[in-house]
Design a protein around this ligand. Structure first.
Ligand SMILES: C[S@@+](CC[C@H](N)C(=O)[O-])C[C@H]1O[C@@H](n2cnc3c(N)ncnc32)[C@H](O)[C@@H]1O
Length: 250
């Protein structure tokens, strides 16, 4: 039997993929991160399915649930918020499943940064202004950043930065980015993107920290910093250019 790591999307239940929803409908066991995965999604699980909130489980306990389901001949839907390819702790579960000889597959989902960009009504890559998006977080005691991935180093690129797990440290983010991006650089924070209580804050590096604190945003938010957030003077892309020869298909 198979463990399916499924991206549940950023919070709105209808932002899971069709593939993910169909798997949920047929897996006899579902493990989900209760703090971020929308409860409505669990209603898709078949009657009698075993539902396990992983919020209070450690890695050994989660692995034990996955291995036990496999031994009992059950497929498992392992729901992760957003897309499991970033900040999901999927890698360590895969390593345990490899060791236990349990097969798995990954079903992608809509990541928080994409839902935040949608809430802002922005394309994050704009010709001549910014063609690079860096998905990152900031160092915390439990999770130090690898060498060369600190904000000051990443900030030298002046690429659009999307910071996860960072809202409560917004002062530190601003302090480290100011020398590279400048006080007038556009910044935005989207909390609870795609949910009914979504909150969008727009400003600059000069005022975004005050806005975040005034709104009381501490978690489930991404901070975005970069010039593309307010770009309006840019070249049209080559993709739809009138000058492009469309008689030859690539
Ligand atoms: C453990 S990470 C999970 C990221 C997830 N795998 C993804 O693809 O977006 C949790 C962090 O993602 C961000 N996040 C998750 N859901 C969000 C949402 N609906 N709106 C804004 N940020 C969100 C926040 O920074 C939160 O602290």
């Amino acid at each position: 039997m198979t463990v399916y790591f499924i991206g549940a999307g950023p919070g709105a239940a209808d932002l899971i993929t069709l593939r993910g929803a169909r798997l949920l409908e047929r897996c006899g066991v579902c493990l989900y991160a209760g703090s971020l995965v929308p409860a409505e999604l669990l209603e898709l699980c078949p009657d009698g399915a075993k539902l396990v909130d992983t919020a209070r489980l450690n890695l050994d306990q989660i692995t034990a649930e996955l291995v036990a389901a496999h031994a009992a001949g059950q497929d498992v839907a392992r729901l992760h918020s957003g897309d499991p390819s970033v900040f999901s702790a999927m890698a360590e579960q895969m390593r345990r499943l490899d060791a236990a000889g349990v097969p798995y597959q990954v079903v992608p989902g809509v990541p928080a940064f994409a839902a935040a960009a949608a809430a802002l009504g922005r394309e994050l890559t704009v010709p001549t202004v910014g063609q690079t998006v860096i998905l990152t977080r900031i160092a915390q005691q439990a999770t130090p950043m690898p060498p060369g991935e600190d904000l000051a180093t990443l900030g030298r690129s002046r690429a659009l930065l999307v910071l996860h797990l960072a809202a409560r440290y917004v002062d530190r983010v601003v302090e480290e980015l100011l020398p590279h991006y400048g006080a007038d650089c556009p910044a935005a924070v989207v909390a609870l993107a795609s949910r009914p209580d979504e909150l969008v804050l727009r400003g600059t590096l000069a005022d975004i920290a005050d806005q975040v604190k005034a709104a009381g945003v501490l978690r489930t938010a991404v901070i975005m910093v970069g010039r593309t957030l307010a770009a309006d003077q840019f070249q049209d892309s080559h993709l739809y250019s009138c000058d492009r020869d469309r008689s030859v298909q690539p």
